[in-house]
Design a protein around this ligand. Structure first.
Ligand SMILES: Nc1ncnc2c1ncn2[C@@H]1O[C@H](COP(=O)(O)OP(=O)(O)OP(=O)(O)O)[C@@H](O)[C@H]1O
Length: 322
């Protein structure tokens, strides 16, 4: 299923954390984009660029400092507890580390059943158990797991349980935050394939966060590249994979294991990502950019559509197109 209707829309989203000496940490900065129904939107970027913060804002685990996250299948339910609860049911998140995201003191059956109890779904324990068994089966675990403890499970099995917990409420939108990076390479592909199968079967829409460009390119319909709290490039996977434009995207891809077609030169990133509490003036990437011009130091480029569906925030690229 591939549709073009927007499901989730972020508008001028900002998230600031309290930093040291009262300097705010701008984890997400003036970010606007949308995710379409049924697609996988991949989000890539170096550690600390704000990917997890954006993911948590998009399922309302975090409140934005300003800006909005809008679900097109919902009226804004802020302040209305019933609507807030319904919104939470529709939007779920799966975290990186199934060792810390799952309560080790509860059996698997209880962990998967708990969301049903919270949301008042299923007329009795028997009906809920049937639903738990059904979703466990979908993630490749049989009924024998109901009475098992998380400590008895491998990392891959625990992540399957985390997926079952996220999907038992039949959500439409799921944020997958580095869901395979804590797993052995041998089980990563199995979990990724499972996520794809479940997407097809249940018509899910994913925000897939990963620092692994190969994984993101394999799974995603579109990719957003994040740097210091904002998107610097966004487009179809094909456009980003074969024709990326932004010097940061090129450097990021060049640094990955298999250099991408669009990156012939060696463009390894130098220096660390600047602190989000001390963002550079002008283009946030100018301090590390090999193509930096005077204008880049003074003026932050806006996101411009350089070809249909392909957006880039770079003076160099925009200069070429004018
Ligand atoms: N609760 C918090 N309080 C203060 N600063 C925070 C908090 N959470 C995150 N940050 C900071 O916000 C910035 C973005 O963090 P975030 O975890 O969203 O990035 P990320 O791209 O997901 O990184 P990683 O891949 O390492 O998880 C970082 O500088 C981080 O240190």
């Amino acid at each position: 299923m591939r549709q073009h209707d927007i499901l989730v829309e972020c508008s001028q989203l900002v998230k600031e954390y309290k930093g040291t000496r009262n300097k705010p940490v701008r984890a997400v900065h003036d970010l606007s984009f949308s995710i379409r129904q049924g697609e996988t939107f991949g989000l890539v970027g170096e550690s600390g660029c704000g990917k997890s913060t954006l993911g948590q804002l998009m399922v309302r685990l975090l409140e934005p400092t300003s800006g909005t996250v809008r679900y097109t299948n919902f009226q804004d339910g802020r302040g209305n507890r019933k609507q807030e609860k319904a919104m939470r049911k529709e939007n779920q998140i799966i975290f990186q580390d199934p060792y810390s995201s799952i309560n080790p003191r509860k059996r698997i059956g209880w962990l998967v059943e708990e969301p049903l109890i919270i949301h008042g779904i299923g007329k009795d324990a028997q009906e809920r158990k049937a639903m738990v068994c059904s979703i466990l089966k979908e993630v490749g675990l049989d009924d024998s797991y109901l009475d098992r403890w998380p400590r008895e499970l491998s990392g891959g099995q625990r992540q399957r349980v985390a997926i079952a917990i996220a999907l038992i409420l039949n959500p439409s939108f799921v944020v997958c935050d580095e869901v395979v990076s804590a797993l052995d390479v041998s089980v990563q592909a199995q979990v990724l394939n499972l996520l794809q199968e479940l997407q097809e079967k249940f018509g899910l829409t994913y925000l897939f966060i990963s620092h692994n460009l190969q994984v993101v390119s394999y799974l995603s319909d579109r990719i957003g590249v994040m740097y210091l709290g904002g998107l610097v490039e966004m487009g179809d996977t094909e456009q980003i994979y074969h024709h990326c434009l932004h010097p940061y995207t090129k450097a990021l891809f060049s640094a990955s294991v298999d250099a991408f077609d669009s990156v012939k030169e060696d463009l390894l990133l130098s220096g660390d990502i600047p602190s989000p509490s001390r963002s550079p003036s002008g283009c946030p990437f100018h301090t590390r950019c090999i193509s930096c011009m005077k204008r880049c130091i003074e003026e932050n480029p806006s996101m411009v559509e350089v070809s249909p569906g392909h957006f880039c925030a770079c003076h160099l690229i925009q200069g070429m197109n004018t």
